[in-house]
Design a protein around this ligand. Sequence first.
Ligand SMILES: Cc1cc2nc3c(=O)[nH]c(=O)nc-3n(C[C@H](O)[C@H](O)[C@H](O)COP(=O)(O)OP(=O)(O)OC[C@H]3O[C@@H](n4cnc5c(N)ncnc54)[C@H](O)[C@@H]3O)c2cc1C
Length: 475
Amino acid sequence: MAHKETYDLVIIGTGPGGYVAAVRATQLGLKVACVEKEPRLGGVCLNVGCIPSKALLDSSEYFHLAKDHFADHGIKTGNLSLDLKTMMARKEQVVAELTENVRKLLEGNNIRIFHGSARLVAGDRVEVEKNNGSAGKSDRQTLAAKAILLATGSAPIQMPGLEFDGKRIVTSTEALAFKSIPKHFGIVGGGYIGLELGSVWLRLGAKVTVVEMLPQIAAAMDGQVARTLDRILRKQGMEIRLNTKVAGAQTTRNKVKVTLEGNGKEEIMSCDRLLVAVGRRPLTRNLGIEQAGVETDPRSGQVLVDENYRTNIPTIYAIGDLIAGPMLAHKASAEGIAAAECIAGLSGEVNYDAIPAIVYTWPEVASVGLTEEQVKERNIPYCIGTYPFSGAGRARCMGEKDGFVKLISHSKTDRILGVHIIGPRAADMIAECVLAIEFGASSEDIARTVHGHPTFSEALQEAAMAVRKCSIYAS
Ligand SMILES: Cc1cc2nc3c(=O)[nH]c(=O)nc-3n(C[C@H](O)[C@H](O)[C@H](O)COP(=O)(O)OP(=O)(O)OC[C@H]3O[C@@H](n4cnc5c(N)ncnc54)[C@H](O)[C@@H]3O)c2cc1C
């Protein structure tokens, strides 16, 4: 049955972009509705992305510590065993609780939630189709809106010759829910998703091979940090094949035979599961953007927006993985807040020079701002200060000696241009650096800020001191 309701704002998608935008818009007095096609709210991030991957990274790290490191601390674990079913159930529980929290958050803010697939009918109308399961019938409902915000996120890119079958050739979604530990887990793509999921299954006992076409894993990272991560992961037992292309794959009942091309040679790699993690594409399929006349980038498929997140159709806005920029949850949320403010007539904005990027391997990698390669490319005069975690007392207490902090500042103004950290708790340490860049801080500002002792953040202070060759502890 079709009927019409009017909202100030209808948001399509309840990922970290959509649901955060909904709450902000409500705070600003707008009447808001959200449409979500999945039964659970929270998008990729909460259901099949950031949260389940971190839950498994934490569980698998505990297993690895108990197996390989507790003995160093005098803790005997006896006959250690792994119950994968319980580990997966715990991950499920974390996801269920957090997605339910999003529902409560939206309901608590009087935001209407519609479950169903949304499609643009016009610049001021959204059709929601609710599938009624096996009966094959569907309810359609039209929502009238003064403004519409597209926040439908992204989906994994499928490579020709490596079509996903959900069993042998899989996306990250299936790799987060294997029922048994693969003997040999092949991964196409050395980006953060491949490295994080590779780390999970490596720690749980799989042989892991990462195949990367480029000469470096985590291509967007500072080169020195990426090389260090490569060395540490290999030391942990991960096989990494750089400069290697995957030409195709053949699946049998139990195996995937992957054709690799590198150094002018062809080779077959046999594994029992193959994760293809070569990037994600904006999710615009069946969204009705063509009919509504919303412009997209013909190459990337991203929805084109101006500085107010407005598309070429003045009442339609877009944010998150759907538009240009890094595909990250915190970037989507920041855009959600800014877009809601713009829609409400304020001037919301996001500082794209201060968006942290994190890889949750162990050690973690976190960075913000320019890499050394980018600074060189732009001919910016710069200074570097580095400090190893092996020199930080707290890291020593934890038995963590790998990694370092690298701080890049302008050689004339001392303004911080970028910070790159590989080491324990890098993900949390980067927040101070993001704030420093937001405030236009100098390396001296960090160097003269008193940092608690003993903490990992002392390594950041020492790196900042090292910029002007004043590090107290560096030899
Ligand atoms: C394995 C993995 C790990 C990740 N780890 C991290 C991490 O640690 N940190 C980080 O910052 N980022 C991480 N990401 C990326 C992060 O998940 C995304 O950047 C983020 O979810 C994007 O948010 P979004 O709101 O744009 O879209 P999404 O989270 O993708 O949400 C979009 C929502 O829209 C819904 N939708 C789509 N089409 C329709 C339609 N037609 N009608 C109704 N609803 C629709 C979808 O069902 C979905 O719920 C990870 C991603 C993956 C895959």
